[in-house]
Design a protein. Sequence first.
Lengths: 152, 279
Amino acid sequence: MMNVTLAINGAAETVRVDGATTLLRVLREQLRLNGAKRGCDYGVCGACSVLVDGQPTRSCLALAADCEDRAILTIEGAAPAGELSALQQAMLDTGAVQCGFCTPAIVLALKALLDANLSPDEAAVRGALGGNICRCTGYSAIVAAALKVAHG
Amino acid sequence: MVGFHKPRTLAEALALLAADAEARPVSGGQTLVPMMNLDLFRPSAIVSLNAVDELCGIAADAAGTVRIGARATHAELAASTVFAAGQRLIPRAAAQIAHPAVRHAGTIGGSCAHGDPAADWPVALCAAGASIEIASPGGRRLVAAVDFFRQFLTTALEPGELVTAIIVPPLPGNGVYRKFSRVDGDYATVSVAAVIEVSAGICRFAQVAAGSVGPRPVRNAAAEAALVDRPLDEAAAQKAAVLLAAGASPMSDVRGSAAYKQRILPGLIAATLLECARP
């Protein structure tokens, strides 16, 4: 085992890992950042996604030991404590949340899109969500929320 | 307990792998990490390549040959403007791999080394006539893609060897990748990669491969010869498609039965050829 120091939501966190420990396990089991969900654990469902250096990343497929010197953002850091980002508020307004299991990763996937492209069209929004499975909403309200933030 | 190394040079990485036959190299981790999570495989140590900058970069030389460093991600390749004419097959294939998160992490070198015949790179690189550059402590060698991908998850890589680059020769005309999958971003049910040059209405150059239809990508010299020196019309495309599809040996799996794949393959080949031939 070894110590690694990760930059998570702007804070330096030192955790104890071996070479196979995933970022997801560190987030949930050591740091109690439970917004990232363990769904499939092999990169298909998208529920564990976080942003690494601004890009959506499967935390279940990222090795924690390999993430030193990278900026990790989880849903817990997506807005100041007790506040909602404009995207989170739009998702509430459009009814884009049902069971909520996929929601943290979807917020982050859309944040990465909106940070890179201020006015994405519907195809771009759907492309950004391609790796995030939602079994409740049928996606329409989620897409509507992203378009509302982008285009008002 | 799994060890972890993060060497800064290729020589160090090769030495670490040579010293421990059960250690495994990793860059994007999009294949090795799921295998570990599912308890399919447990290496003695991880050798991260993510500080080996010699493996980065996508660049063309004066002759137009493109050298793709093994660590180039699918997203970098999809956005690259280095590829010209028929080489545009490469970014077009990259853009169709999985989803943004996988494209930003996964690398072309890792995908090649894994050698999954349902993946997008084996078929695209075979159609492009690309070569795989391989390094070991003893030196480097180049293997043509059609010889590199041997069997299901089996490549020309020997123990202790690493994929260091993919070399794409200059290619005329146009390059197209078409993939059919039932679910967006999934592995292909079947896929086709083509490089076609049409000049004054006559097809002058044709390289075409089918993927996800057997243990390795399929190319057929007779199918390519049948396309050249005549107009690439519907009839020519259909004829070549039937010749190429005859070499396919798909397996039944969750993405479709062997008979289904065999049935839809000629149509996808012909459609890809016609799209590639359009000005």
